[in-house]
Ligand binder design. Structure first.
Ligand SMILES: NC(=O)c1ccc[n+]([C@@H]2O[C@H](COP(=O)([O-])OP(=O)(O)OC[C@H]3O[C@@H](n4cnc5c(N)ncnc54)[C@H](O)[C@@H]3O)[C@@H](O)[C@H]2O)c1
Ligand SMILES: [Zn+2]
Ligand SMILES: [Zn+2]
Length: 365
């Protein structure tokens, strides 16, 4: 029987979100229904609401979530009802040309549920990043649900579903940060602070945090930044060189997605170092670099999709590190809110007042 639950829907470009009754079909083959326990508010949800991703309104927002599998469709073997799961937005196919080359983290054919969730009048919803989790329950492809240790609280675990995984992975996977490396992270929001935490976990000894907002720089220190630079008032490239014996950082991470920031990353990097772009640029942006320097400095200019994570490999491992006290996911949670508060949370995000607002769902509320 299809179920009717509450969901946060963006109906039109720029319009405030509203709580609507949404219809969740029973899971079909390869699909699962998940009862959401917690879902973080990510910048990408706001991008959807602003029409910055595409025009396929209405959107069911939310995609950084953890919950419990309620029911599974035919042929689902990776999870069963009752499992505590973190949702992911890159369920790998196992068959595309990238998967076949042994690079499933780059899968070119990731998939979502086949059936649609709808409004009461039958209007089909576009779930944010193929998830849609500001709701009591959602329908996803089984591969989007990754089982993790239920000892972890949902508000912390769910963060791995998007921004925190992207940041941790930008440092640990894409950037390949290792013991003794120097790392500079530009943009200390949820993604950048996770990159700082990832760099620390991977053994970096110098971690320079760069932001325009001093409050963000204070928080960055709590995640492991050894140096901070306000790039609005000082020269970030010079400060990073100074912090690294005059050379530049081994790995520079752009967690903003702006050409000027990328250029600073490019210049603040040591010879043969790596630039990682994890922030998402706007479609109208272009980049200009001195071509001879692209050659002369060597190294690698890389993009990080979802932190190059493999959910099945990385989510359980990171939850274990969290439970051992080695990765402080709770520190990302600035406030716990209800479904009604998502619009207010967007405003706080725009004002830079929060790292992550996390919606907690109280069953039956
Ligand atoms: N690659 C991925 O898979 C992936 C996944 C999730 C999010 N993202 C992207 O990562 C980016 C960061 O997300 P977030 O949630 O941390 O956002 P956020 O808004 O919380 O943080 C951005 C930070 O950058 C700072 N900033 C802005 N302009 C700056 C500049 N010119 N120089 C230095 N700092 C500057 C802001 O003060 C803020 O602290 C976004 O573009 C988001 O879309 C990418
Ligand atoms: Zn694939
Ligand atoms: Zn996100």
């Amino acid at each position: 029987m299809p179920q009717e639950v509450r969901g946060v829907v963006a109906k039109a470009k720029g319009a405030p979100v509203s709580i609507e009754t949404i219809v969740i079909p029973d899971p079909g083959p390869g699909e699962v229904v998940v009862a959401i326990a917690a879902c973080g508010v990510c910048h990408t949800d706001l991008h959807y609401r602003e029409g910055g991703i595409n025009d396929e309104f209405p959107f069911l927002l939310g995609h950084e979530a953890a919950g419990t599998v309620e029911s599974v469709g035919e042929g689902v073997t990776n999870v069963e009802p009752g499992d505590f799961v973190v949702l992911n937005w890159r369920a790998v196919c196992g068959q595309c040309r990238s998967c076949r080359k042994g690079k499933p983290n780059l899968c070119f054919n990731t998939h979502n549920a086949m059936q649609k969730m709808t409004l009461l009048d039958g209007t089909e919803l576009s779930p944010a990043l193929g998830i849609g989790a500001f709701c009591d329950k959602t329908l996803v492809a089984a591969g989007q649900a990754t089982k993790v240790d239920p000892a972890a609280p949902a508000a912390a675990a769910g963060l791995l579903g998007c921004g925190v995984m992207a940041g941790l992975g930008a440092a640990m996977n894409t950037g390949g940060v290792g013991r003794g490396d120097s790392v500079a992270v530009f943009g200390c929001g949820g993604v950048g602070d996770a990159a700082i935490a990832g760099a620390k976990l991977a053994g970096a000894t110098t971690i320079v945090a760069v932001d325009l907002d001093d409050r963000k720089l204070d928080w960055a220190k709590e995640f492991g930044a050894t140096h901070t630079v306000n790039s609005g008032t000082s020269d970030a490239v010079a400060a990073i060189q100074e912090a690294t014996g005059g050379f530049g950082a081994d790995v520079c991470i752009d967690a903003v997605g702006h050409p000027a920031v990328y250029r600073q990353c490019f210049e603040a990097r040591d010879l043969a170092g790596t630039v990682v772009l994890v922030g998402v640029p706007r479609p109208d942006m272009t980049l200009e670099l001195p071509f001879i320097e692209v050659f002369g400095r060597g190294g690698a200019l890389k993009s990080s999709w979802y932190g190059d994570c493999l959910p099945e490999r990385d989510f359980p491992m990171l939850i274990d590190l969290y439970l051992q006290g080695r990765l402080d996911l709770d520190r990302f949670v600035s406030e716990r809110i209800g479904l009604d508060d998502v619009e207010a949370a967007f405003h706080k995000m725009e004002q830079g007042e929060v790292l992550r607002s996390v919606v907690e769902i109280v069953p039956g509320a």
